[in-house]
Design a protein around this ligand. Structure first.
Ligand SMILES: Cc1ncc(COP(=O)(O)O)c(C=O)c1O
Length: 371
């Protein structure tokens, strides 16, 4: 096997996340404390927590957790759910689905593992690019049609998208799934930011509720603001595929962390409340971001996100965007992630809208901009 290329975004975070005073680019929402989660827990979830034995757990996930997850979907049964850390789920799904020489189509810009693992396996990866256009991002459905004519093994999409905050209209998403279904390609739908729409009518159906030949990925890290739990899941009506992925989990974590599973059960029991809290934080921060980028339209092009907790403005200043981000963290202690860490994101940088100190971080950022 060739060496796995470094995960650029994760290396960047490893370097600065616990050093920089302000994280202006974090993709998750303000974390809840363990106390807050337990305060939200139902009596049943509290009982599970207090009587928890710290042994191995069921490999596919705690039955109550799979039940709670299934409740988030229309057609999914607990047996259609596999619990794993989100990043682990991406790795295991790619290993289960792909072989060297397979063609894979990936919506880009994207979170690196969504295309890198396929490339590492020896697949031919084709980027289906979101195009920047005035006032936002645009999908090229004709482009997808022509990529699907290559008969790829896998189509990878991520809506709401990291890093752009792009979300297609429901009709467009239906068209994507219909094209996928007709072509016979398997769909990997990364839905980690689902639940962070700016109005309820924007929410797309989960892909696994719409088509069978598909995996939906979600988890506690982003929309539920509990990344430290390391709990996510795959949902699919394709049970043979799910079992193949579960068998691979025997070689990674075997089972998920027992305390994390119970805290996830507790948090999902109050899921609506947590999502509403995070949506409020994002709306408030979005207002500040739009105003800042409008004030400095001489330096930035603002691409308003349509959903989720991240946005991907363009930097039009004199220095290279990488140098600009480097200067921000070195001189101001404000970590900003350059777009070069996402394939095809050159010239852009990511901002994260989910943290409570966003306004403070943004003020610091703005005060350090060239006059
Ligand atoms: C689109 C997307 N998918 C998956 C993940 C992985 O989630 P986790 O870090 O919780 O494993 C991330 C994390 O940033 C992400 O942005």
């Amino acid at each position: 096997m060739p060496d796995m290329p470094p995960f650029l975004l994760e290396r960047y975070f490893a370097r600065y996340e616990f050093q920089a005073r302000f994280l202006l680019s974090a993709s998750d929402c303000e974390s809840l404390t363990q106390r807050e989660v337990l305060d939200l827990a139902s009596p049943e979830a509290l009982g599970l927590w207090e009587n928890l034995a710290l042994g191995y757990t069921e490999s596919a996930g705690h039955p109550r957790l799979r039940e709670a997850v299934a409740g988030l979907y229309r057609t999914i049964q607990p047996e259609d759910v596999l619990v794993a850390a989100p990043e682990e789920a991406i790795l295991l799904a790619m290993l289960a689905l792909l072989s060297p020489g397979d063609e894979v189509v990936v919506l880009e810009p994207a979170y690196q593992s969504l295309h890198e693992i396929a490339r590492w396996i020896g697949c031919r990866v084709h980027a289906w690019r979101l195009a920047p256009e005035s006032g936002g991002w645009a999908l090229d459905l004709d482009g997808l049609k022509s990529l699907l004519s290559k008969k790829p093994r896998l189509l990878v999409v991520n809506f709401p998208n990291n890093p752009t905050g792009y979300l297609p209209a429901r009709g467009e998403f239906a068209a994507i799934l219909q094209m996928a279904e007709r072509s016979g390609v398997t769909v990997f739908s990364d839905e980690m930011y689902r639940g962070l729409e700016y109005s309820p009518d924007q929410q797309l159906p989960a892909a696994c509720d719409r088509i069978e030949n598909c995996l939906s990925l979600s988890g506690m890290s982003k929309a539920y603001s509990l990344p430290g739990l390391r709990i996510g899941w795959l949902a699919t009506r394709s049970r043979a595929l799910l079992e193949k992925i579960r068998a691979l989990k025997d070689y990674t974590t075997i089972c998920s962390s027992a305390p994390s599973e119970i805290l996830s059960i507790a948090a999902l029991g109050a899921g609506e409340q947590i999502l509403a809290r995070n949506q409020r934080i994002i709306q408030d921060n979005l207002e500040a971001a739009s105003a800042c980028f409008a004030r400095r339209a001489d330096l930035f092009t603002w691409y308003p996100p349509r959903a989720g907790s991240v946005a991907f403005p363009a930097w039009n200043g004199a220095e290279d965007v990488g140098a600009f981000c480097q200067r921000m963290v070195a001189e101001q202690g404000v970590m900003v992630v350059p777009g070069s860490l996402f394939d095809g994101g050159d010239g852009h940088f990511r901002i994260g809208l989910g943290r409570r100190n966003f306004r403070e971080a943004l003020a610091r950022f703005e005060s350090a901009l060239p006059k």
